[in-house]
Design a protein around this ligand. Structure first.
Ligand code: GRF
Length: 205
């Protein structure tokens, strides 16, 4: 399976996807393209160091969301991508993009969904007083952070936990959760039933 990763920043999740797919052929996945909407971010260097095609598609250079997305859609087509992973990609995708890639589009979010959707999920968790937090990898739907869940990993919130320490703690588990979810999809152990918008499991993960 040929995989593109869309990023906007440091790309530590991208790095874990590159490392695991390179080291483990049983993942049945290869990262072939990285796109960042922010020029010059560290994630682009990570891709280039790994010999992966890395494109900057700066959203501020386009008049509309559609034109920006069309540029990405062209690159995905050209590179013959099968699956797209959103790994810290900070743009909301339109219905057009999501419907084209539905079932083949994954996102990682730093909370145990359906709790704490949207921005600053770790801060939301801390403020709510929950004692367990975590991350979720899910199929992307038009509604933000709402698609069928593939993998979740939890962490315990410590006494004196800060937003910064929780961000780091959750990132650690993200780095195993995303490769796990990609492997489940690439090896056909899970797929999205598009009629009902739910995950269908073919074996117990
Ligand atoms: C991750 O915490 C992810 O859940 C969120 O953005 C962050 C990206 O981090 N959507 P990185 O760029 O992979 O280091």
């Amino acid at each position: 399976m040929r995989v593109a990763v869309l990023i906007s920043g440091s790309g530590t999740n991208l790095q874990s996807l590159i490392d695991t797919t390179t080291d483990d052929p049983s993942m049945m996945a290869e990262i072939v393209l990285v796109i960042s909407n922010i020029p010059g971010v560290e994630g682009l260097n990570r891709a280039r160091r790994a010999g992966v095609l890395a494109l900057e598609i700066d959203h501020t250079k386009f008049k509309t969301r559609e034109e920006f997305e069309n540029k990405m859609l062209e690159a995905l087509d050209r590179t013959q991508v099968d699956v797209v992973c959103l790994a810290g990609f900070m743009r909301v995708l339109t219905k057009n993009f999501v419907s084209k890639w539905r079932g083949r589009l994954l996102n990682i979010h730093p909370s145990l969904l359906p709790l704490f959707k949207g921005l600053h999920a770790q801060r939301q968790a801390l403020e709510s007083g929950v004692r367990v937090a975590g991350c979720t990898v899910h199929f992307v739907e038009e509604e933000i952070d709402a698609g069928a869940i593939i993998v979740q990993e939890s962490v315990t919130i410590s006494v004196g936990e800060t937003e910064e320490s929780l961000i780091e703690k959750i990132k650690k588990v993200e780095h195993t959760a995303f490769p796990k979810a990609l492997k489940l999809l690439a090896t056909n152990q899970v797929y999205l039933d598009k009629e009902i918008g739910k995950a269908k499991w073919l074996s117990n993960p």
